[in-house]
Design a protein around this ligand. Sequence first.
Ligand code: G3P
Ligand code: MG
Length: 243
Amino acid sequence: MLAAKVIGHRGIASLAPENTLAGIHLAAELGVEWIELDVTLLGDRTPVLSHDADLQRCAGLPKKLRELQHTDLSKLDVGSWFSEDYRGEVLPKLEQALSLIAHLDIGVNLELKPYGWSAQRLAEAVSQALESTPLPRHRVILSCFEMEPLFTLRHLHPDWLLAPLYAKLPPDWMQQAHQLGALSLHCDWQGLSETEIHQIKACDYELYLYTCNDPEQAEQFWQLGVEGIFSDYPQLMPVPSLR
Ligand code: G3P
Ligand code: MG
């Protein structure tokens, strides 16, 4: 029997600013048991939560995260672009997010955004943050659109849960997933055919689809045997029945 997952995309992106501590809090408060967060590095290699490589969209600043140090974080407002209610919400360090997640007792998928960082630097920085937080390993999944950071993580941590991310399934996906020792494949549902869904299932990988905001469509994915969906509206998605 598998417990399928409704995963709050970027926290709970429909109700709170993405990749923030406020969003993580709210997701847990509303009963969301898994969330997805994007992780990249500042110039001093501090891992932080951000989907973008720069601060234009979420803080209104024409600056790259690479140009910042951890001491700059307290000056950033990544909440008011979303709503005045969130003015003053600070861009979080990964370690802060992980402590909160451990406290709230939820699961997390960390999506690594390399943005030019070497696989080694990124994997080491994220590993350090995870190793210093008492989170059960089965409740942390690391994913990335690039394979190199994942292979570096695998080398460092033979038993961590890893997942390749695909906008479109490449011809050699089976080989990649096998070499990585992947738990799951995380795919854009719009780039995936039903035949490919069956192929992935036949190889015994879990399949998580992004980004699904339509409850009826979510129901169809559950019928097809998908194990997880990423949603900006996890609070509205149907809960899969046990199978
Ligand atoms: O991890 C799934 C999904 O978040 C990938 O796309 O652009 O929203 O990070 P994106
Ligand atoms: Mg993401």
